[in-house]
Write a protein that binds this ligand. Structure first.
Ligand SMILES: C[S@@+](CC[C@H](N)C(=O)[O-])C[C@H]1O[C@@H](n2cnc3c(N)ncnc32)[C@H](O)[C@@H]1O
Length: 225
């Protein structure tokens, strides 16, 4: 092997080790994908169609005037196509735990002259989302970064209208990849019913449905006195 091959293999190995440590630590600690890596998140992966923004939005059947939550929106890769799909009468709430990611969303929203996007800096599970408000929610390569996945899913459940759909996308290239079975287990505890499945085991979008008769799961968090 040439020295270059050793260097490339060394970097690849180091990347895998860092990815594994990050993945394991995320089960206990909140360690989101840092905003300085936002440029990487914004790229549509050339190896899988499953994670392309237009494909995910296409599955969701968005219509004008719908209200959409983009939970863990990152730099807004899906926020903008969602905002275009629901039109000026619709709304998109771009939510992320990191202000650095939301700053990028605001920049993009401004240059696209969109008026129907709001940003919320909050962590899923913090109880900051409105109740029974959204028609659709997106959770694209986010779930594995959240230590308490059931609480996060319960908050999205309560934020959706009865009959609303949460679209979860997972791809194996993400160090926090979640298998379909594991997503379904957490979703079941959060009151969702399994819906349509698109793609393959290692790169997929899974729709989870809030039953039409479902009531709230979480106690209301009241703002102080
Ligand atoms: C890999 S990025 C995916 C971004 C975007 N969904 C996409 O596919 O382009 C994961 C994002 O989830 C956010 N995140 C992680 N934990 C979160 C939490 N508890 N609540 C809200 N956002 C969170 C991170 O800050 C990061 O921006």
């Amino acid at each position: 092997m040439t020295p270059i091959a050793y260097i490339v293999l060394g970097f690849a190995g180091l990347g895998i080790v860092i990815g594994l440590i990050w993945r394991m630590s995320s089960r206990r600690y909140t360690l989101p994908c840092p905003s300085w890596l936002g440029w990487m998140v914004e790229l549509d992966n050339p190896f899988t169609k499953a994670n392309r923004a237009r494909v995910i939005i296409g599955y969701l059947g968005l219509a004008p005037a719908m209200k959409v939550l983009d939970a863990g929106c990152g730099p807004g890769r899906l926020t903008l196509p969602a905002a275009e799909a629901v039109g000026p009468q619709g709304e998109v709430l771009a939510m992320d735990i990191q202000e650095g990611m939301l700053a990028r969303v605001r920049e993009k929203v401004q240059s696209a002259c969109l008026q129907n996007v709001e940003c919320l800096q909050a962590g899923l599970g913090d109880g900051r989302l409105p109740r029974t408000y959204f028609d659709r929610a997106l959770l694209v390569t986010v779930l594995g970064e959240i230590p308490d996945q059931v609480s996060a899913l319960k908050e999205i459940h309560d934020a959706l209208k009865p009959g609303g759909i949460l679209s979860v996308t997972e791809v194996i290239f993400d160090p926090h990849f979640q298998r379909r079975e594991s997503v379904l287990r957490a979703a079941d505890k959060a009151g969702f019913k399994e819906g349509s499945f698109f793609g393959r085991q290692l790169a997929y979008t899974l729709h989870l449905k809030k039953p039409a008769e479902a009531g709230p799961l979480l106690p209301r968090v009241d703002a102080g006195p």
